[in-house]
Design a binder for this molecule. Structure first.
Ligand SMILES: Cc1cc2nc3c(=O)[nH]c(=O)nc-3n(C[C@H](O)[C@H](O)[C@H](O)COP(=O)(O)OP(=O)(O)OC[C@H]3O[C@@H](n4cnc5c(N)ncnc54)[C@H](O)[C@@H]3O)c2cc1C
Length: 409
């Protein structure tokens, strides 16, 4: 396939480059430790949601100014209609915008609100929900987290047990969510709750919007292997959520949630990150500094790096392909599966190159600021996040290849 830009696309690419050069605040240095390369928020860029609450006033101010500049163009929510603060960009333009922002190493803003919740509200939200929430997301004023998974409900999400009982014009919610990415930083949560325990498990679920300040909602950060807190457990103890915050009908939340997940398009973010990581490694290996610190430049290592290079080009083509499909289904799973396993292979290649120095993770002590150690620690979660490897393979087998769900079906 030919992915060359058309003249209009090339002009748009130039427009994005010029915009970033003119508007990204000089004083804004995104926090490298807040970056988790496969968090849904920052698969498209640095973790802006954390920078927005940084204890460093310059970083906080930079994050705010950058969001304001993007919002002015409708580029926090590039694919939304203009009336809600978007820019009505085509899928291809949106892809180019993300690609150029990643190449310039500037953060995208408000990913979960813009890319998961926003399109869901545009389809299923009430007029009041749209009028209240969408402009706030588009301006980068409120950030969101997705509270679906529970201790006993991950791949088998429909087994979730968080209970909501109708009481007048409120639902009273009790239960627990886990692995809520940006649960600590977000202002609001969108959650799935069980409203009819007697119904078949997919049919008794409802989709609610929950203000994190609601009494009875407690967020407990989960500390990851790097000592950071990219996700949280969320507890509900008699939390009262207005019925007006229900999206879609009661007991039909499963279908709303499936729509939300289908909006999680395979983006370009991971490809650009991997490409940048690999070229940094290659530059380092070519530098005089490296001969003293890393493994000898063996043929085995050179071949492995060449393979990673080819695989990153494959991932780029997969991302371009799924962006060209009107409603990617199994194509997004192919992209996710290949990208998550490549993430782990790339991290292992870096570890091989650095040998025992790959164990150093303090940025000041290690070559390349310990970038590959961090990539390796990050990559562990890659084959879980957003659906595990086995679930992606199941989707490809059944929806892509048309294989039966059951052995003898
Ligand atoms: C970094 C990170 C961020 C996350 N962020 C969020 C978030 O923001 N919001 C949220 O709601 N959730 C989030 N999650 C949770 C994520 O969606 C779940 O971890 C994932 O769906 C897997 O569920 P589980 O952890 O319960 O594992 P399980 O579902 O218990 O799976 C355990 C193992 O069994 C395998 N398995 C399960 N079912 C099948 C099957 N049918 N066929 C074959 N194999 C199977 C799995 O592949 C896996 O290897 C996040 C997870 C991670 C790691």
């Amino acid at each position: 396939m030919n992915w060359e830009d058309t003249p209009e696309e090339a002009a748009f690419r130039t427009e994005v480059r010029e915009f970033v050069a003119a508007h990204f605040p000089d004083t804004y240095v995104p926090d490298p430790d807040a970056e988790h390369s496969l968090e849904p928020e920052d698969v498209w860029g640095y973790n802006w949601a954390a920078d927005r609450l940084s204890s460093d006033p310059a970083r906080r101010d930079g994050a705010r100014r950058w969001a304001a500049a993007l919002a002015e163009r409708g580029w926090i929510t590039p694919h939304w209609p203009v009336e809600y603060g978007g820019a009505a960009l085509s899928t291809k333009q949106e892809f180019i915008l993300q690609e150029e922002m990643m190449r310039a190493r500037v953060p995208t803003v408000n990913g979960i609100g813009a890319f998961l919740l926003g399109p869901t509200l545009l389809t299923y939200g009430t007029a009041e929900q749209k009028a209240f929430h969408l402009p706030r997301i588009a301006r980068g004023e409120t950030t969101w987290a997705q509270g679906f998974s529970e201790p006993g409900a991950g791949s088998d999400l429909a087994s979730l047990r968080t209970r909501a009982v109708l009481d007048g014009d409120h639902y009273v919610v009790n239960g627990q969510k886990v692995w809520t990415s940006l649960g600590v930083q977000a202002d609001w949560l969108f959650v799935l709750v069980r409203t009819d325990p007697s119904a078949q498990k997919h049919k008794g679920i409802t989709f609610l919007l929950v203000d994190k300040e609601t009494p009875g909602v407690t967020v407990r950060p989960i500390t990851d292997i790097r000592g950071d807190t990219p996700f949280a457990e969320v507890f509900f103890d008699d939390a009262r959520v207005p019925v007006a915050n229900r999206v879609g009908d009661e007991n039909r939340g499963w279908y709303v949630a499936m729509a939300a997940l289908s909006f999680e398009r395979a983006g370009i973010g991971a490809t650009v990150k991997f490409e940048q990581a690999l070229s940094t490694l290659v530059e380092y290996l070519k530098s005089p500094e490296s001969s003293a610190t890393v493994r000898p430049n063996t043929e085995g290592l050179r071949l492995e790096i060449a393979r990673r290079y080819a695989e990153i080009r494959v991932l780029y083509n997969l991302a371009r392909y799924s962006a060209s499909v009107p409603e990617p289904g199994y194509e997004a799973s192919v992209n996710h599966l290949f990208g998550s396993e490549l993430h782990q292979r790339l991290a292992r290649t870096g570890a091989k190159a650095f040998g025992r120095l790959a164990e150093l993770w303090q940025r000041d002590d290690a070559p390349l600021g310990a970038a590959f150690t961090h990539l390796r620690l990050d990559s562990v979660a890659a084959t879980f996040l957003g659906g595990t490897t086995e679930i992606q393979r199941n989707v490809i087998a059944t929806r892509g290849l048309g294989l039966p769900k059951e052995r003898n079906a």
